[in-house]
Write a protein that binds this ligand. Structure first.
Ligand code: MN
Length: 466
């Protein structure tokens, strides 16, 4: 796979123009991006740092010397007539990514390289009956191209690989990973072969922009190739496009001789030299990455692997969990974050950054449960109130009389009434001990959910001689 990831940076790779998404067409275009005669590219240091961060996140070798090359090609939306990219000497060399293949199981995928290059602009073909327009806002924006080794064996592997790359760049803050906006997209090379024989001829599916589409494109391309081979045909090396509506890949162009781009070092740019001290400085500021975080959560909080795995999907969720879990029952905190909070966020199509219930507020709800002041059921009601109205959970419990009734005399009165009013159920209980649940339910209901379920249970057992 070749993954193109747009570098998070406010300016482009070789110019100071803005990288903001969604501006008026051609409003973020400098003279360099428009390739006016005599303009010279100036490298953006932030983009270099981002590439190094990503390389370190991929456990890869950072090259002390790399070179920018011109890849000559006619792009109507790249006025230079060539793309500045890196060919023989990329900034990042070999690395590896550990992907999760099923619960508890992982496999390692090799990284061949990561290089920096310019993105192209965008052609607009549907705005005028006889003309095409060009929007150069994206022209010159920095991309990281991450190339894997041919280690992926199935569409599952490919999807898990993309998931992990996205997770890592988002943890690092080097790419926003927004596949819908095209900030992260993949070219997928697919070939089939019989076990024990060399790899077959590959076809490249260009610009697949969702993790699900990657899986679908590979499945359909695989079936297409198998069909051709089983009918005695040959696979032609091609560039293809995946059409998610028709669920098929179709040919874009037959592959020109590989590397027909007349690459040569860009004479306007000196080789890029990076010292070990610069790499060390960046390394010292790297955040904890998903795999390490998951291992630490299991060790520090005693939560199951699969729970930790779900908590680390997004860095913000992991941070939120830690803020809630600190000094509290970590398993309870994990349950609340995964089930109540995430469930509620999904329901409203929000992500964790838009949560109306802060970690401090959820922590206060958990404290109230731990102190026996509210039951788990009331806690859910309280969570709802905090979600929609905000406020201090402890104060809400006081003001709205939500405190659990721990007064045994009050509970006893309720229990006595229920036992006296339902002799048939009491008789039933002799042969069917599970019927106790009905009594607990009735008592909880009669108390408005405020009785302590454990006390009700104990009391009922005593009263009924169980
Ligand atoms: Mn590329």
């Amino acid at each position: 796979m070749e993954v193109h990831a747009q570098v998070t940076s406010s300016a482009k790779l070789f110019s100071g123009a803005s990288t903001e998404f969604g501006g008026e067409p051609n409003s973020h275009v400098s003279l360099v991006d428009a390739a006016m005669p005599g303009m010279l590219p100036v490298i953006n240091e932030q983009c270099i740092r981002q590439a190094i961060r990503t390389g370190l996140g991929l456990k890869a070798k950072i090259n002390h010397r790399s070179v920018f090359d011109r890849k000559n090609y006619f792009y109507p939306d790249l006025p230079q007539g060539y793309q500045i990219s890196q060919y023989k000497s990329p900034i990042v060399g070999e690395g590896e990514v550990v992907i999760d293949i099923e619960d508890n199981k992982t496999t390692t995928i090799g990284i061949e390289r990561l290089h920096l290059e310019q993105d192209a602009g965008k052609l607009l073909h549907d705005q005028h009956p006889s003309m095409s327009y060009v929007d150069l806002n994206r022209c010159g924006v920095a991309l990281m191209e991450i190339v894997s080794k041919p280690d992926l064996r199935s569409f599952d592997d490919a999807m898990n690989f993309m998931f992990k790359i996205r997770q890592i760049v988002r943890y690092l803050g080097t790419c926003d990973g927004d596949m819908e906006k095209g900030s992260l997209r993949a070219d997928v090379n697919v070939s089939v072969h019989k076990l024990g024989t060399p790899f077959g001829t590959r076809c490249e599916i260009k610009n697949v922009n969702s993790i699900n589409f990657i899986g679908m494109a590979i499945e359909h391309e695989k079936m297409r190739q198998i069909e051709i081979l089983e009918e005695g045909g040959k696979i032609e090396q091609q560039t293809r496009l995946f059409d998610p509506d028709k669920l098929e890949t179709r040919s874009m162009r037959n592959k020109e001789e590989a590397h027909d781009y007349r690459y040569f070092p860009d004479p306007d740019l000196l080789p890029l030299e990076i010292t070990q001290a610069q790499i060390d400085e960046i390394m010292s500021q790297q955040p904890e990455l998903p795999d390490e975080k998951r291992a630490r959560f299991v060790a520090d909080y005693g939560i199951p692997y699969i729970t930790a795995h779900r908590l680390i999907f997004e860095r913000e969720t992991a941070d939120y969990f830690e803020a809630v879990a600190k000094g509290r029952d970590a398993k309870g905190a994990a349950n609340w974050v995964i089930n109540e909070l995430t469930g509620r966020l999904n329901k409203e199509g929000k992500d964790i950054s838009g949560t109306p219930v802060s970690a401090a507020q959820l922590g206060a709800v958990l404290d109230l449960i731990a102190e026996g002041l509210i039951s788990g059921k009331i806690a859910k009601d309280l969570f709802e109130i905090v979600w929609s109205e905000g406020g201090d959970p402890r104060a809400i419990v006081e003001q709205r009389g939500m405190k659990q009734v721990t007064d045994m005399a009050a509970i006893e009165k309720v229990v006595d009434e229920i036992v006296a009013g339902n002799p048939d159920k009491v008789a039933d209980l002799k042969t069917n001990p599970k019927a106790l649940g009905w009594f607990v339910g009735q008592a909880m209901k009669a108390s408005g959910g405020k009785a302590n379920p454990q006390s009700v249970n104990d009391l009922l057992k005593k009263k009924l001689g169980l």
